[in-house]
Ligand binder design. Structure first.
Ligand code: NAD
Ligand code: ZN
Ligand code: ZN
Length: 365
């Protein structure tokens, strides 16, 4: 099959032939319908993280189950699935207590080592083993994933569009509803209105937030956020967005989401908080980045800083529910998709994200 292979930031991405072995026990093969390009893929492509390479890229996608490994009873051939980049092991203490986004086996084996649960890869090229990315590797015609990472969804939902539920929507909406548990009437700031940030905005609307202040350096992104439920916009390219926020909300906000993950935006999110406020770190910086805050202010104002991995979702429960909310008209997905390209144009899709102001480009194999 064809797939996009990443080696390091100085080697161009390759659209090349790759061998995909049959699913082993507990795994399934999925034919990819669409794969979304997320900023996390861009972090990998720029060597900002210690990602296992060479790898087949991609962690957002949807498709149809075509083959079942031994013992898989939760899925059937022909099922429509959204891929989850946390395939819960179901056995560690975090999975057993319902905190599947923290799955220890994913955090210590699947993600850092670029393999499936048995410690091996199904991907190779000319005898060289290739790594999986986050147990998904969706920039390909097909994938083999743990059955717990292929989430069955209703088959009347448009299969290509719902690819974005697998990362952008689960991460953004989940950060609001699960990690922060934003209450009705809350005031919310969202720094960064890309694929993830717009989903924080629409999550905040679902939660019943009263003010949703969208902040970005590109005015077209905050204008888009208004379509997703934002009540106010701040252009961060014009001066300090923290000062601009306090002009709109003199008491500061109850929740400030950093949907970018730069040191400057993380520090801004903490400085935007009012009494009892929580900063929620969703955007991810390069490995080793540091941010600072004033502990005296945090303690006296009874504030919190929360990290949010994969929107603290329970994939098998939250992903089908998010697809239902899209089909019910409560969540917008179509405007998140700023373009579609054939898989062979992955490099151009990265350019769209880096320089073209894209939200999500879908790669179609
Ligand atoms: N925590 C998680 O589980 C998780 C999951 C997925 C993605 N992420 C991370 O979330 C972040 C966002 O991903 P995305 O796909 O939405 O990215 P994106 O590139 O689509 O969006 C980033 C947005 O930030 C804006 N921006 C950049 N610098 C800014 C600044 N200084 N002030 C205000 N706005 C600024 C850009 O104009 C853009 O609209 C990435 O770091 C990604 O790795 C985290
Ligand atoms: Zn992502
Ligand atoms: Zn687990």
């Amino acid at each position: 099959m064809k797939a996009i292979v990443f080696r390091d930031s100085s080697t161009p991405l390759e659209h090349t032939d790759v061998e995909l072995a049959a699913p082993k026990a507990g795994e399934v093969r999925v034919k990819i319908a669409a794969a979304g390009v997320c900023h996390s893929d861009l972090h990998v492509k720029r060597d900002e993280w210690e990602a296992p390479a060479p790898m087949v890229m991609g962690h957002e996608g949807s498709g149809i189950v075509t083959e079942l490994g031994e013992g898989v009873t939760s899925l059937a051939i022909g099922d429509h699935v959204v891929l989850s980049w946390v395939p819960p092991c179901g056995e560690c203490r975090y999975c057993r207590s319902g905190h599947e986004a923290r799955c220890q086996k994913v955090a210590t084996v699947v993600a850092p080592k670029g393999v499936l649960f048995d410690g091996t890869s199904r991907l190779s090229r000319d005898g060289e083993s290739l790594h999986h990315y986050l147990g998904v590797s969706s920039f390909a015609e097909e994938v083999v994933v743990p059955a717990s990472g292929a989430i069955k969804v209703r088959d009347d939902a448009p299969l290509d569009v719902i690819a974005v539920v697998g990362c952008a929507v689960a991460t953004g909406v989940g950060a609001v509803l699960n990690t922060a548990a934003v209450e009705p009437g809350a005031t919310v700031a969202v720094i960064g209105c890309g694929g993830v940030g717009l989903n924080v905005v629409q999550g905040a609307k679902l939660a019943g937030a009263e003010r949703i202040i969208a902040i970005d350096v590109l005015p077209e992104k905050t204008a888009m956020a208004v379509q997703f439920g934002a009540t106010d916009q701040i252009d961060a390219s014009k001066g300090d967005p923290v000062e601009a926020l306090f002009e709109l909300v003199p008491d500061g906000v109850d929740y400030a989401f950093d949907a970018i993950g730069r040191t400057v935006t993380t520090e801004q999110s903490i400085r935007m908080l009012g009494l009892g406020g929580a900063a929620v770190i969703v955007g991810l910086p390069p490995t080793g980045a540091k941010a600072s805050f004033e502990p005296l202010v945090l303690a006296e104002a009874d504030q919190r800083i929360l990290g949010s991995n994969y929107g603290s979702v329970r994939p098998s429960i939250d992903i089908p529910a998010l697809v239902d909310r899209y089909m019910d008209g409560q969540l917008k997905l179509d405007p998140l998709i700023s373009g579609r390209r054939p898989l062979a144009e992955a490099a151009e899709a990265f350019d769209d994200l880096e320089h073209g102001g894209a939200l999500r480009t879908l790669l179609i194999p």
